[in-house]
Design a protein around this ligand. Structure first.
Ligand SMILES: Nc1ncnc2c1ncn2[C@@H]1O[C@H](COP(=O)(O)OP(=O)(O)OP(=O)(O)O)[C@@H](O)[C@H]1O
Ligand SMILES: [Mg+2]
Length: 256
C-alpha cells in the first residue's frame, strides 16, 4: 500500500509558557497546548483578550524561546524567528521610517534580492492589495486600512510558506475590515500558504478559517473545522450550519 506522508506546517506538543512579572508574580499564559496545523490550512486562533493568543503566535514566530514542550515548524524545532515564517504583528505592522514600497520590499532586502527586482516585486504586491498609487508615500500619510494593506503586501512579497498574523485588522472599521479579509483570502487561495491568524472576532474567524482553535485561559478548549464553502457570503454564513458554528464558537469563548 502506498503511504502518503503529509508534513505538518506547525506542530505543537504540550506547550506551556509561564511569564514572570517584574514584581515576581508568575502568569501561566499557555498550559499544555497541543496542536497540529497541516500545510495550506487557514487556522484562526480565537479567544478573548488576555487568554494567550499572542503568546501562542509569538512562540511559533520564535520570539519566546523560554517555552516548555515541543514546537516545530516544517519539522524543525522553533528556537528563533526564521525566513519560513512571515509575521504581521498586532501593533506596529509597518516601519514608520520606510516608504511604502521599501516596507513591502524589506523582507526581500534581508534575503539579498537586488534593488530593482525587489522593488518590482513590491509594486506587484502593492497592486494585489489595491495600493498601486502610493509606493513612495510614508506610512504616516496612509489610513489605518492602507497600512494594514501594506503589511499584507509585505508578507506575501517575502513569500514565506507560513504566515502568522496577530489581529491585523483589529483596529479597522467594519467595511474596511471586510475588504481586507477578501484581499487576504484571495492571496491565500492564490499562494496556498499556511496561515495562523489570531482574532477575537467570531465572525471574522468564520469568514476566513478552514479551522478554528479556541483558546481560553491558556488552553485549547475547542478545535473546530469550518465546513462552509468559500467564498463565504453573508448568506452562506446565515445558513443553519453557519449559525450553528457561530453559536458553538460564541459558547466556547464564553458567551451564552
Ligand atoms: N511579556 C509578558 N510578561 C508578563 N506577562 C505577560 C507577557 N506577555 C503576556 N503576558 C500575560 O499573558 C497572558 C496572555 O497574554 P496574551 O498577550 O497572549 O493575550 P491575548 O489573548 O493576545 O490578548 P489580546 O486579545 O488582548 O491581545 C496575559 O495575562 C498577559 O498579561
Ligand atoms: Mg494579543
Amino acid at each position: 500500500m502506498l503511504m502518503v506522508e503529509t508534513q505538518s506546517a506547525v506542530s505543537i506538543d504540550r506547550l506551556s509558557v509561564v511569564f514572570e512579572r517584574d514584581d515576581g508574580t508568575r502568569v501561566q499564559a499557555l498550559r499544555d497546548v497541543s496542536l497540529d496545523i497541516g500545510e495550506g490550512e487557514f487556522v484562526c486562533v480565537l479567544g478573548r483578550s488576555g487568554h494567550g493568543k499572542t503568546t501562542l503566535l509569538n512562540v511559533v514566530a520564535g520570539l519566546i524561546p523560554s517555552y516548555s514542550g515541543d514546537v516545530r515548524v516544517l519539522g524543525k524545532p522553533v528556537k528563533a524567528p526564521g525566513v519560513d515564517r512571515g509575521v504581521i504583528f498586532q501593533k506596529d505592522a509597518v516601519f514608520p521610517w520606510m516608504r511604502v514600497e521599501d516596507n513591502v520590499a524589506f523582507g526581500l532586502r534581508v534575503s539579498g534580492m537586488p534593488k530593482p527586482e525587489r522593488l518590482r516585486v513590491a509594486r506587484e504586491h502593492l497592486d494585489l492589495v489595491g495600493l498601486r498609487n502610493v509606493p513612495r508615500a510614508w506610512p504616516r500619510e496612509l489610513s489605518g486600512g492602507m497600512r494594514a494593506r501594506v503589511a499584507v503586501a509585505g508578507v506575501f512579497a517575502s513569500d514565506p510558506p507560513i504566515l502568522l498574523a496577530d489581529e491585523p485588522f483589529g483596529a479597522l472599521d467594519y467595511v474596511t475590515r471586510r475588504q481586507l479579509q477578501d484581499v487576504l483570502l484571495s492571496l491565500w487561495e492564490r499562494t496556498g500558504k499556511t496561515i495562523m491568524f489570531v482574532t477575537h472576532d467570531v465572525d471574522e474567524a468564520l469568514r476566513l478559517a478552514t479551522r478554528v482553535i479556541v483558546v481560553s485561559n491558556g488552553s485549547v478548549v475547542e478545535d473546530q473545522a469550518v465546513d462552509l464553502p468559500m467564498p463565504r457570503s453573508d448568506d452562506a454564513l446565515a445558513t443553519p450550519r453557519g449559525l450553528e458554528l457561530r453559536h458553538l464558537l460564541l459558547h466556547h469563548i464564553g458567551l451564552e
